[in-house]
Design a binder for this molecule. Structure first.
Ligand SMILES: Nc1ncnc2c1ncn2[C@@H]1O[C@H](COP(=O)(O)OP(=O)(O)OP(=O)(O)O)[C@@H](O)[C@H]1O
Ligand code: SF4
Ligand SMILES: [Mg+2]
Length: 358
């Protein structure tokens, strides 16, 4: 990453915890799109991603970044994935896309397991990624046209350069960039425009599923709203399915159909977005929601705030039993005994907490 860009990126990232995200409430519109209840595009079954960490020359221990995660994504939906830094969101997304070789578990895409060279090749075309960092993820030595057309060459989608250029122009227009800027280098673009280039690149191979890894968290709030609206427009236009990662529940609030909450490698709650906001059940979700500033003073007074104390433990030293027990205000000694299962406790509302499992 160029020094100046890196500094800007760090500044943006560091500024974000204090940003007033309530602007998103006003500026992000809700675009309705079609989702069928029983049409699943992607199924994740018992997925584990353990990284071997060397503790001495002779010994490694597994860092359990994703630990036995299972869920399904409906065609055309946006599944929000939230949780604190280090809980495993990026690793989960990357393992689904097979950018990491899973320790174990299965990915089913359009009803077929992603196994073997041919299936993986097709999957790579149909399942793509938009990265968090629009500075380091785009090569400064390449023109916008080269960046967007790279997947077209990798997947041998068009035979001629003229066909590829036509496609690049279409994609640039689709994401709100001027096609006249195709021959420019990325340093000429702002953070929001760079992220639009990243989105155009992810769209190049006509994917059905896109993993969006905190694609707006490095941007100013007003730009975040514009990019979130663009994601929604593109979803409707191309029938896309998103796994949309954020560490802040406000960012995914408007655009997610359902939201999964992740803690220390596990999904601890999964529900329809509105249900999750109106009726959060897992103590961790309640804490995350409490940390969102409430603009209405009446509502703010009525809300019982539950402040989350301490940091997320290292996955190398995960507590026994419930992973949240070291920070949970409702923890009892029994919580140390057994890992709570993610169970459906009312229609489409899944929770992994002993309080709801017995
Ligand atoms: N390649 C790797 N090798 C070893 N450990 C890793 C690797 N990638 C991630 N980890 C560890 O796995 C855990 C989960 O990391 P991950 O980046 O998936 O979290 P995250 O939820 O995306 O965090 P953030 O919000 O900061 O992006 C962390 O403890 C991290 O240090
Ligand atoms: S199982 Fe126990 S520690 Fe875990 S979230 Fe529920 S009450 Fe808290
Ligand atoms: Mg991440």
């Amino acid at each position: 990453m160029e020094k100046q860009n890196k500094e800007q990126f760090d500044k943006d990232i560091n500024r974000n915890p204090n940003q007033d995200l309530s602007l998103l409430d006003k500026e992000v519109k809700r675009v309705d799109h079609d989702i069928k209840d029983d049409d699943y595009i992607l199924e994740v079954k018992n997925l584990k991603m353990y990284f071997p960490i060397a503790t001495s020359v002779f010994k490694t221990v597994p860092l359990k970044a994703v630990d036995d995660v299972s869920f399904k994504i409906r065609r055309g939906e946006t599944l929000g994935l939230v949780g604190e830094s280090g809980c495993g969101k990026t690793t989960l997304g990357r393992t689904i896309l097979q950018l990491y070789k899973p320790t174990s578990g299965e990915i089913i895409f359009n009803g077929r397991p992603v196994k073997g060279k041919t299936a993986l090749k097709e999957f790579r075309k149909k399942a793509t990624i938009v990265f968090q960092d629009p500075y380091s993820s785009l090569d400064p030595r390449m023109t916008v046209s080269d960046i967007i057309s790279e997947p077209l060459e990798i997947h041998k989608i068009y035979k001629t350069k003229a066909e590829r250029e036509k496609r690049v122009a279409e994609l640039m227009e689709a994401v709100g960039l001027s096609k006249e800027h195709a021959s420019r280098y990325v340093h000429a673009f702002s953070g929001g425009q760079r992220q639009r280039i990243g989105i155009a690149r992810a769209l190049a191979s006509s994917p059905e599923f896109i993993m969006c890894d905190e694609p707006v968290s490095a941007l100013d709030v007003s730009i975040q709203a514009q990019i979130l609206n663009t994601f929604q427009d593109l979803q409707k236009q191309f029938g896309l399915t998103y796994l949309f990662v954020a560490h802040n529940l406000l960012v995914v609030k408007h655009i997610s159909d359902r939201i999964a909450v992740m803690y220390l490698g596990h999904i601890v709650e999964l529900a329809n977005s509105q249900e999750l906001y109106d009726n959060p059940l897992h103590p961790y979700t309640i804490s995350l929601l409490s940390s969102i500033p409430e603009p209405d003073p009446k509502k703010a007074r009525a809300n019982k705030r539950q402040i989350l104390e301490g940091d997320i433990p290292s996955p190398l030293k995960a507590p026994s039993g419930c992973p949240f027990r070291t920070r949970c205000p409702k923890a009892t000694p029994e919580c140390a005994n057994k890992l709570p299962e993610l169970r459906e406790i009312s229609k489409e509302h899944f929770v992994a907490c002993r309080l709801f499992n017995e």
